[in-house]
Design a binder for this molecule. Structure first.
Ligand code: NAD
Length: 537
């Protein structure tokens, strides 16, 4: 098996030498074949399987990483568990300082990170930068707000237990397994990692097999910024490594991925009753009402549907426009969508499709839509030009077409005419996914936003909620459950701990075998007086 030791390129390896690191990952192996000055080598030990991470635009190998199996995953969990106690012991203040140091180092490394995301994921530098900007705000918020959200606070007692004081606090779970996707390789995993660490946990992170180098850089940066607390461990590999992490005795698993993987993760975690938080796919709808700003709506539909080549869980994948403004909106949308171009160079609006098999899915969705009578106003049946997909705007797409039901994950926007706002909401809600949504409207905006079956809805913009650290993020139905970000996201990685303290004993104890005979009838009478009356109209 071949492996590229890019960090050890100058090392003077000889055939048969033992080595202990590969890339950023600690593994052991034996050198068998050397090419050049130790840049490429094969490994004889069977247990060191490796995989290449390649640029989707050029095919260039970005790095080679071990496929960690149950043994390596268990070792990473053990390292994390050992470090967890010291991290929890730092307290909120110490962790705040450590996480802010991590944030600052990440920010100083922005150019390196942007370049690596571009190479490994394919997205343009601008998209990579936006991703980093957004997560920096989350890191900052989680670090600064964990004490307020999770720290001990007094709870109100009730009349019956008036002699007790009460408090609640949120304690760390221990070790959290974070399994990430490739489409936002910085923003998405750190959206769980930052909150889990701020809550006092250690983390074992398995980045997507498509973006392991980015994952390792995130972990290496943490190790450099917070050397005394190795609480961000990384394991690399494909779904088998993720599966091993689910079975490794971690205290929670946070997956961001597809619904199919969500089911597998939940089934694996069921074995040890390991709790899970699942951030899964989406088929987000945008609704354009009659009094919307149509220029803004068209601009945001194109951005929301096609930025990052549509490879966004919260991408606009369906647009419903009320009849009175349908034609005018469509003209504006078509004009804008026809102007944007994919590519690998600096002028491109979006990059290649990162996951090669996604190209087949996009083609299938297009073929199915055209076979069912859809028309393309931008792009067409030949929009898929591997590794790129040109923008496509579709109309006359029946609701049962694949492109209306399943996640397309490409720059494809089907637009549907609705009678009115209620009709648009009904059409939008008739889908098993329920991640985000967007509304462009005036008077009815809030009502529509509430009626949409989604975890988040933005009014007169798209995806805004993802960049707002004080808000929770998560879906319903096929989009998963649990929440990351915001106070809910901190509590997702903590367990509540309730404490009562008796301040003084009652003269007639209720919870005692020595209870006098008159106590229960007296309590019953008090209960009837307090709770037995019907509420006033
Ligand atoms: P995926 O489900 O194929 O893989 C996600 C991760 O799970 C990868 O690291 C993968 O190696 C791992 N994995 C695969 N099988 C596993 C198993 N049996 N056990 C444990 N881990 C396993 O998803 P993807 O293609 O990497 O990402 C795209 C998907 O992620 C889309 O559906 C997208 O909508 C979704 N996503 C959701 C959000 C959100 O916040 N809700 C954000 C980004 C992406």
């Amino acid at each position: 098996m071949r492996a590229e030791l890019y960090e050890l390129a100058d090392a003077n390896f000889q055939r048969g030498d033992r080595f202990e690191t590969i890339g950023c990952r600690p593994v052991a192996g034996v050198a068998r074949v050397l090419v050049g000055k130790g840049e490429r080598m094969a490994i004889t030990e069977d247990r060191v399987r490796t995989f290449d991470s390649t640029s989707p635009a050029t095919g260039e190998v970005v790095g080679t990483f071990p496929v960690d199996g149950p043994e390596e995953v268990a070792a990473a969990v053990a390292r994390a568990r050992e470090a967890a106690a010291g991290w929890a012991g730092l307290g909120f203040d110490g962790r705040r300082r450590a996480l802010l140091a991590y944030k600052a180092l990440l920010v100083r490394r922005t150019d390196e990170l942007v370049a690596l995301v571009h190479r490994e994921n394919g997205k343009p530098d601008a998209d990579a930068l936006i991703e980093i900007l957004m997560i920096v705000e989350h890191l900052d918020w989680a670090a600064r707000n964990a004490a307020r959200v999770l720290g001990p606070r007094r709870a109100r007692g009730n009349l019956v237990l008036a002699n007790h004081a009460a408090s609640v606090e949120y304690q760390p779970l221990g070790v959290v397994g974070v399994i990430g996707p490739w489409n936002y390789p910085v923003f998405t995993p750190l959206g769980s990692i930052a909150y889990a660490l701020a809550a006092g946990n250690a983390v074992v992170f398995k980045p997507s097999e498509l973006t392991p180098a980015v994952g390792c850089l995130l972990a290496d940066t943490f190790a450099e910024a917070v050397p005394a607390h190795p609480v961000l461990q990384v394991v690399t590999g494909d779904g088998t490594t993720g599966h091993a992490l689910c079975l490794a005795g971690v205290d929670k698993v946070a997956l961001t991925g597809s619904p199919a993987t969500g089911r597998q993760v939940m089934a694996a975690c069921a074995e040890r009753l390991t709790p899970v938080v699942l951030e899964l796919g989406g088929k987000d709808a945008m609704i354009v009402d009659a009094d919307a700003d149509l220029d803004a709506a068209a601009d945001q539909a194109v951005w929301g549907g096609m930025a990052n080549a549509g490879q966004t869980c919260l991408a606009v994948e369906r647009v419903y426009v009320v009849d009175p403004v349908y034609d005018r909106f469509l003209a504006k949308l078509v004009e804008r969508a026809a102007r944007i171009r994919p590519g690998g160079g600096p002028g491109a609006d979006f990059g290649p499709i990162t996951l090669p098999r996604q190209l087949e899915i996009i083609q299938r969705h297009l073929d199915d839509a055209f076979a069912r009578g859809a028309r393309a106003l931008v792009g067409g049946p030949d929009a898929v030009r591997p590794p790129y997909v040109d923008p496509v705007v579709l109309v006359d797409v029946p609701p049962d077409a694949l492109v209306m039901r399943e996640e397309t994950f490409g720059p494809v926007l089907p637009v549907t005419r609705a009678r009115d706002a209620d009709h648009a909401v009904a059409l939008a809600n008739a889908n098993p996914y329920g991640l985000g949504a967007a509304v462009f409207a005036g008077r009815r905006a809030d009502r529509i936003a509430r009626a949409l079956r989604s975890g988040m809805t933005s009014v007169n913009s798209v995806l805004t909620f993802a960049g707002m650290p004080s808000l929770p993020l998560g879906g319903v139905g096929e989009s998963g459950f649990g929440r990351i970000h915001g106070p809910d996201g901190l509590r997702e990685f903590a367990r509540s701990k309730a404490i009562t303290r008796q301040r003084f004993p009652l003269p007639f104890p209720m919870q005692s075998f020595d209870r006098p005979g008159y106590v229960l009838p007296a309590v019953k009478l008090a209960m009837k007086l307090r709770h037995g009356r019907a509420p006033r109209r």
